[in-house]
Design a protein around this ligand. Structure first.
Ligand SMILES: Cc1cc2nc3c(=O)[nH]c(=O)nc-3n(C[C@H](O)[C@H](O)[C@H](O)COP(=O)(O)O)c2cc1C
Length: 337
């Protein structure tokens, strides 16, 4: 039953309407500071290329564009999940030409297929998933779900480690040290503040105050406060608390540390987040000990991967999710011919 996607394509012009929901799924992916650092190009054959939008990089917190590429990997995963749920098989080629053309990957739709229940559930989770920064309820994710996360990540050429209770304190120390190191840097605070938005901002990127639990006033003055004062001590105390009391803590990593591995890490990350969201679980990021180079080796050792590369630290739990932060229109993410 082959029904090549090319038979559904106009010869030229805008992306065909049936690809729009796939591109929108890509746009819904998480990204550091909600920078949405991706561009999409629809080829004449109906493939979707993912490109890095370097102009949306975060030079202070992410000088190598590692998190930028991870975000693009997450967008690619969302598009693959949406494509499969829409009834197409897929083929993915990782290009990872970060320093050259910026072309990171190509997603090519294949033959028609009947989506499985799991594929449909994962696609449904794309709009349910969001970063929840509040404290989670104490309920711990069941073991079969954690097992599924471990298997999913392996399929994406990455590894996932669960932080044991005895290691929580050490992780808390690393995260707290990361907070203090980052926040004492004026350039870090300036960059973070530049992506913080008042709650009623019309901007379609960045982080509105409500995603950090801020009311009207705090969302308006938050960027000034962050830019001006070193809040590292209080931030560290808050994050250490979160580490000590999170129902589940995960570290996702790779065996190498290059753009290809970062794309895989992004795909693995989004798989984890979608598997969780499909079952009503949410996650939040605690990446400080990865972002601060001097702490990354200690984190690798803590999770038993001294020669590996931690990429993302997540805490997981149940919560009531708030409103989703905005996204730019897909039109603004397209590379036109
Ligand atoms: C690679 C990556 C790194 C991130 N790092 C952090 C982080 O250190 N702290 C944090 O609170 N959120 C972090 N986030 C979450 C983003 O801020 C979030 O995805 C974005 O604001 C969009 O919100 P959403 O996930 O609810 O759609 C990260 C996301 C990605 C993909």
């Amino acid at each position: 039953m082959t029904d090549p996607i090319s038979t559904h394509l106009p010869v030229e012009g805008d992306p065909p309407p049936f690809l729009l929901p796939i591109l929108e799924a890509g746009a819904a992916a998480p990204s550091s500071h909600n920078s949405q650092p991706w561009l999409f190009r629809v080829t004449k054959a109906g493939a979707i290329e993912v490109h890095a939008d370097i102009s949306r990089g975060l030079p202070v917190v992410d000088p190598d564009d590692r998190e930028l590429v991870i975000s693009c990997g997450a967008a690619l995963q969302n598009m693959r999940v949406a494509l499969r749920a829409a009834g197409w098989t897929d083929e993915i080629e990782i290009v990872a030409d970060l320093k050259g053309t910026g072309h990171l990957a190509t997603l090519t739709p294949g033959a028609k297929h009947t989506p499985t229940e799991r594929e449909t559930a994962l696609a449904g989770a794309i709009e349910l998933r969001r970063t929840v920064r509040s404290r989670f309820e104490p309920e711990v994710p069941p073991f079969p779900l954690v097992e599924r996360l471990l298997e999913s990540v392996e399929e994406e050429a990455s590894w996932l480690r669960v932080i044991a209770d005895v290691d929580r304190e050490e992780l808390a120390v690393l995260v707290g040290a990361g907070d203090r190191t980052q926040m004492q840097l004026k350039s870090f605070r300036r960059e973070l503040a530049a992506w913080m938005r008042p709650n009623h901002s019309k901007r379609q990127d960045g982080m509105p105050g409500f995603t950090m639990g801020f009311g009207e006033l705090m969302s308006a003055i938050g960027p000034v406060v962050v830019r001006t004062f070193d809040l590292g001590k209080s931030q560290a105390a808050r994050d250490e608390e979160l580490v000590l009391h999170s129902p589940l803590l995960l570290v996702l990593g790779t065996t190498r540390d290059d753009p290809t591995s970062w794309m895989h890490a992004g795909m693995a990350l989004e798989r984890v987040l979608l598997e969780l969201a499909a079952e009503g679980w949410f996650a939040s990021f605690l990446n400080q000990a990865v972002e601060v180079g001097l702490l990354r080796g200690d984190l690798a050792t803590l999770v038993g991967e001294p020669r590996g590369f931690p990429q993302i630290v997540l805490r997981v739990g149940r919560a009531t999710p708030g409103k989703a932060p905005p996204r730019r229109d897909v039109d603004d993410m397209l590379i036109e011919e």
